[in-house]
Write a protein that binds this ligand. Structure first.
Ligand SMILES: C[S@@+](CC[C@H](N)C(=O)[O-])C[C@H]1O[C@@H](n2cnc3c(N)ncnc32)[C@H](O)[C@@H]1O
Length: 322
């Protein structure tokens, strides 16, 4: 049974729920990032039973949603929108600014995100140029062509985030685009460099960098592209915010990735962090980043050799700034 939203009973529940400092810390963390129980245990330094008990209370209070990603369950904060729950949360948020654990929790959360990124980086550092053979299961040439078609005109500058072996960057260079290709794995950058021809070398600039803090100035490019990268990122929402930051007003952001699925083999064989995403989730990230005219189209699984999840192409426009 969920907690009452209004009336005297609600007020009592509100006070009880927010009276526990650990519950408030959990909410503050989940407001910033979707986290699994194990990750929360690491940040809070608490045993699973304690963390799970708090999560159950918060979920019953309607302040949390959970989402299964293969064998993991991730929790996210649902902000109360009205009544005493919202008033109390506003008050709690203000008091959190100089709370004794706020700085420590933020630092521990950054470490969780760094760990997620390091797992992926290690995977691609070990794979290097062999990625081209591994990625054949995607059989995604047609998808890429369609996605590029949503992009921009020749001579414009685009960023290819998580360029890998540069497959997309090279295709875009052939279409006359100037490409800044970014990856956080040195080995992948070297693999991409090795594939360049004199023609593409002039049009592609390789940069080492993180998707959550791109080595690009504000509004530096006409479009940003992330092809089969989001499911490797510690925080896809942060990456989409960054894409919005680096694209000029009127420019486009395009993401190609898997719809939510349960192909656990992808964790072991391809080192993925997330088992895809729902269209709603992607649209929410785009909206929260401030993007406009979002479109998200689902495409059927692509490979004939192995059963693969469906994919999506999501695109949006960076609005003109006032
Ligand atoms: C699945 S590959 C995709 C490569 C390419 N876009 C393609 O479609 O073939 C993912 C790439 O993203 C890079 N990557 C993963 N996490 C990243 C991060 N946090 N920041 C930058 N690059 C990242 C990996 O090193 C890898 O080269």
């Amino acid at each position: 049974m969920s907690a009452p939203r209004t009336g005297p009973d609600a007020l009592q529940r509100v006070f009880k729920t927010f009276a526990d400092p650990t519950r408030v810390r959990i909410l503050a963390l989940l407001q910033r990032e979707e986290l699994a129980v194990q990750e929360l245990m690491g940040v809070l330094g608490m045993a699973q039973s304690r963390v799970s008990r708090h999560l159950a209370i918060l979920r019953e209070a309607g302040l949390l949603e959970d989402r299964r990603d293969g064998t993991y369950v991730f929790y996210r904060f649902v902000a109360p929108t009205e009544g005493p729950w919202r008033d109390a949360w506003d008050l709690v948020t203000r008091s959190l600014r100089d709370g004794p654990t706020t700085g420590r929790d933020a630092a521990a959360l950054s470490r969780v995100l760094e760990d997620r990124a390091a797992r992926t980086r290690n995977f691609f550092e070990s794979v290097g140029p062999e990625w081209d053979a591994l990625r054949k299961v995607f059989n995604d040439d047609a998808l890429r062509a369609q996605a590029i078609g949503r992009l921009v005109e020749p001579n414009q500058t685009v960023v290819d985030i998580g360029t890998g072996t540069g497959i997309l960057a090279i295709e875009m260079a052939h279409l006359g685009l100037r490409v800044i290709a970014i990856d956080h794995s040195r080995r992948m950058i070297e693999a991409a460099r090795a594939k360049m021809t004199p023609e593409t070398r002039d049009r592609i600039e390789l940069r080492l960098g993180e998707a959550s803090s791109l080595p690009l100035n504000d509004c530096e490019v006409d479009a940003a592209f992330a092809h089969m990268v989001l499911h490797y990122l510690p925080s896809p929402a942060d990456a989409i915010r960054e894409m919005m930051r680096v694209v000029r007003p009127g420019g486009r952001v395009v993401v190609v990735d898997f719809m939510r699925h349960d192909h656990e083999w992808m964790r072991q064989e391809l080192g993925v962090t997330w088992l895809g995403f729902s269209a709603e989730e992607v649209k929410t990230w785009f909206r929260e980043a401030g993007l406009a005219d979002t479109r998200c189209d689902e495409c059927a699984g692509l490979s004939s050799s192995r059963e693969l999840p469906a994919t999506f192409i999501a695109s949006a426009r960076v609005p003109q700034r006032p």
